[in-house]
Design a protein around this ligand. Structure first.
Ligand SMILES: [Zn+2]
Length: 350
């Protein structure tokens, strides 16, 4: 079979590999729709891990081709959402409530990391009963793909920020993840949502998801612009979904005592995050800084897909570029790398 992936650091291409073999709890699947991700781009062009001959892709709607003898709930022909995070559910970390780190830090993230992924003609899903979710009726392939990673990652930012009714939230970075953080904050009851970003299409879509104030960092100091709008008051919560490490310095200046800064941005470059001791209340401000990889697995996919099925969340405005055919995967990935200003997310319908 063939798949598109990284040949080595900074080099992508088509790879020829055997069809993966599965064990009793796994499924063999083929992609019906995929979306390349900024983290695929990080893996190839910004990583220090020298991966070789790895088929990329972790956001997909798949069709089950074959299941192992112990798989109970899925059968060949089922159309399923693939979670970007597919942990081993029996690991100690999973039992601790952090399946994202089953087997070690970030090891629940298998695709685009150490397991061949969704840009292959076929690929393996481990522990299928725990890691696949049926695509609900009435949800399109292209919308469904957004549930793999964009919705759960953005919503995880809002969840970790523990947003409640009436709060004021700043979301720094409004690419697809940041836009879903805006939507998640809105669904959790935030009243005022500052969306910090510069691209016109993202600003426009952020309004659809509940942003009340648009802040463009190209118009000057982000902290100053937000503090002007709030008459100097801090915000309750800050979600970081993009930008540079400087975003943490802004967040510390923006958040109230006992507020929460919640990061879901993949920090691909840079060394240290600076925390100003005064902004941090001399170390006694009860300000919480957290960051987490999205929750994967079946239950999370099923619940988030329900939001689409029952029209509580429309992810379609995220999809700005559409491709048809397996051989268009490289075009979609390069688009994600080049990030033209009218791009939010591309989808390839296989
Ligand atoms: Zn992704």
């Amino acid at each position: 079979m063939k798949g598109f992936g990284m040949i080595e650091l900074n080099k992508v291409g088509w790879l020829e590999k055997p069809v993966p073999t599965i064990t009793a709890m796994d499924a063999l699947v083929k992609p019906l729709a995929v979306s390349p991700c900024t983290s695929d781009v990080h893996t190839v062009w910004e990583s220090s891990v020298p991966r070789k001959n790895l088929i990329l892709g972790h956001e997909a709607i798949v069709e089950v081709v074959e299941v192992g003898a112990l798989v109970k709930d899925f059968k060949p022909g089922d159309k399923c959402i693939l979670p970007a995070i597919t942990p081993y559910w029996e690991k100690v970390e999973s039992q601790m409530g952090y399946h994202q780190h089953s087997g070690g830090m970030l090891m629940g993230c298998q695709y685009s990391n150490f397991r061949d992924g969704a840009f292959g003609e076929f690929f393996q899903v481990i522990q299928a009963d725990g890691n696949l979710a049926l695509l609900p009726e009435g949800v399109s392939l292209e919308d469904g793909v957004m549930v793999s990673d964009m919705v759960p990652t953005g919503f995880h930012g809002a969840d970790n920020a523990e947003i409640s009714y009436g709060e004021t939230v700043a979301v720094i970075g409004i690419g697809p993840v940041g836009l879903m953080a805006v939507a998640g904050a809105n669904l959790r009851g935030a009243a005022r949502i500052f969306a910090v970003g510069s691209r016109e299409i993202c600003q426009k879509v952020s309004k659809l998801y509940g942003a009340t104030d648009l802040i463009n960092y190209k118009n000057g100091d982000v902290v100053g612009q937000i503090k002007d709008a709030t008459h100097g008051k801090p915000v309750d919560k800050v979600i970081i979904a993009g930008g540079t490490l400087e975003a943490f310095e802004w967040a510390m200046k923006l958040v109230r005592p006992a507020g929460i800064i919640s990061n879901v941005n993949y920090l691909a470059t840079g060394e240290y995050i600076k925390i100003n001791r005064v902004d941090w209340g001399l170390g006694m401000g009860h300000i919480k800084l957290t960051g987490g990889l999205m929750p994967g697995g079946r239950k999370n996919m099923e619940y988030l897909a329900n939001l689409l099925a029952y029209k509580k969340l429309d992810v379609n405005p995220l999809i700005t570029h559409r491709f048809q055919g397996f051989d268009k995967i490289p075009d979609a990935l390069m688009l994600m790398k080049d990030k033209p200003r009218d791009l939010i997310k591309p989808v390839v319908i296989i």
